[in-house]
Design a protein around this ligand. Sequence first.
Ligand SMILES: Cc1cc2nc3c(=O)[nH]c(=O)nc-3n(C[C@H](O)[C@H](O)[C@H](O)COP(=O)(O)OP(=O)(O)OC[C@H]3O[C@@H](n4cnc5c(N)ncnc54)[C@H](O)[C@@H]3O)c2cc1C
Length: 484
Amino acid sequence: MAAALKRTGRHDFVVLERGPDIGGTWHWNTYPGCACDVPSHLYSFSFAPNPEWSQTYSPQPEIRAYLQRCADAFGLRAHLRLRQAMTSAAWDEDAQRWRIATDRGALRARVLVSGVGALTEPRLPDVPGLEGFPGPAFHCVQWAHDVDLSGRRVAAIGTGASAIQFVPAIQPRVGRLHVVQRTAPWVVPHSSRPITDLERRLYRALPALQRLVRGGVYAAREALALGFTKDPRLLGVLETLARRHRERQVSDPRLRELVTPAYAMGCKRILPSNHWYPALQEPNVELLVGGLREVRGSSIVTGDGEQREVDAIVFGTGFRVTDPPVARLVRGRGGHTLAEAWAGSMRAYLGTSVAGFPNLFLLLGPNTGLGHSSVVYMIESQIAHVLRALRAMDARGAAVAEVRPAAQQRFVAFVDDRMRHTVWSTGCTSWYIDGTGRNSTLWPDFTFRFRRRAARFDPSAYELRAARPSAPAGAKPVGAPAVG
Ligand SMILES: Cc1cc2nc3c(=O)[nH]c(=O)nc-3n(C[C@H](O)[C@H](O)[C@H](O)COP(=O)(O)OP(=O)(O)OC[C@H]3O[C@@H](n4cnc5c(N)ncnc54)[C@H](O)[C@@H]3O)c2cc1C
C-alpha cells in the first residue's frame, strides 16, 4: 500500500507498526521450519520480482529480507513509525477525519487503511490447568528461542499449517515429542526444491522469463480454484495423490488410520510436506489424538484420556481470524465499533469497505483469504481499489467516500451464494467459519474475478461527500495513514 501510494504521487502518509520492524507475518513467525507454502515467484509483489530466491518455496528469513529490501527500494523507511501501535480510531464526522490514538500519541487522518493482517493474533485453546503448567508454554508465533528444547519432553499441540513445519524441524533435537492431533490434515507431497544458479542468472538477465514462470504458477493455482469453489469432486486427483503419499510414507496400519482425514479434501487447508509423516514415525515421537483436553500439573491430558508428563508445550493452534481484535479498536460514524457492526460475522464491500465507516479501507478484510493461492495477489487487488477510490475522491472534490449499505449487501449476498457451492461448505469445522456459521474469511471464486471487480471503482456503490464548511481545508491530495 505504501509503495503504491508513493508510486501515485501521494507522500503524505505514515505507516504505524506495533512491532520493532516491518515484515508482519514474516517478522513475527520465526519458528523452526517456518516457510511459505505458495511458490515464491507468486508469493511476492508483482512490482518487485526477486530473481534471488534460493528455493521454490522460500523460508521465513528470506521473505523477511525481501520485504526489508522492498521497504528500502521504494523509499518507505521515512514513512514508518515502528513500535507504535494503533490503540483506537474513531471517525469524527464534523472534522471528516479519523482520530487515531496510538501508544505514542494521537494522529488525525483523512483516510485510514488497515493492513493488520488476518493471521496475526495467536489463538490458544481454552483448556483448564494451562495457567498452572510449571514449564515453558508458548504459541509458535511467539517462539521462545531462549528455551532450549534439546533432550526435553515436548508436547506439540495442533497438526495444522505451522505444526507441520515445526514438528519435523524440532524432532531431531528434542527428547520426546508428543504431537496432539484434533483432526488429521490432508497432506500432499511438497514440490519445494532449490533454485539453481543457472535459473537465477536467467531470471536476472530475463525478467520476462520470471514473469512467465509466475504466470504459470498463478494459472496452476487458479486451476485448483475450480475444485475448491465450483465442484469439490475435481479435487479427486489431488486426493489420490495425498492418499498415495500417505500410503507410501506410513507403513503402520494403525498410524495410517489415525492420520487419515475424515472430511472432504480442501475443506480445511491442504498441507504440503514430505517430512511430516516420517517425523511422526521417529522413535522419539508419539501421535496422540482427541485434542488437548486439560493440563494437569506438568502433564497434558488428551480428549482420549491419555496423560503425558512434559517439560514444555508448544501451541500450533492457529490465529483469531473471524474475530479480529482490530475490529474492537475502530469506531465508525455513530460511534459503534466494527465488531458491533459485524455482530460476530465480518462483512464488507469487496472485502475492503464497510458501510458506516467512511474513508476506511481494510486490506485482507472479510472474504479475501484464499485456500489455494497467494494472498499477495488479493492484497494487490484491494490496493488497486483503494487507489481508484482516492482518485475518484480527488476528481470529484470529495472529502469522504462511504460504501452504500445496499452495495455492501449485494456483494455479501453474492459471496454467500457462491460459498454454498464450495468445498468449505461440506461440513467440516475450520477456522474459515465464524461463530454464526458463515464463511466470512475466504474468497469463493477465481482470484482474477476478484481482481476484475476490485479494479473498478463503481461510483454508484459509494456515497462521495464534499468537505463540510467546518472541516479543515482539504484541497490537497488525500493522504492515507496505514496501520500494520
Ligand atoms: C506462518 C504463516 C505462513 C503463511 N504462509 C502463507 C503462504 O504461504 N501464502 C499466503 O498466501 N499466505 C500465507 N500466510 C498469510 C500471511 O499472513 C499473508 O500472506 C501476509 O503476510 C499478510 O500480510 P499483511 O501485511 O496483510 O499482514 P501481516 O503480515 O500479518 O502484518 C500485519 C502487521 O500489522 C501489525 N499490527 C497489527 N495490529 C496493529 C495495531 N493495532 N497497530 C499497529 N500495528 C499493528 C502487526 O504487528 C503486523 O506486523 C501465512 C501466515 C502465517 C502466519
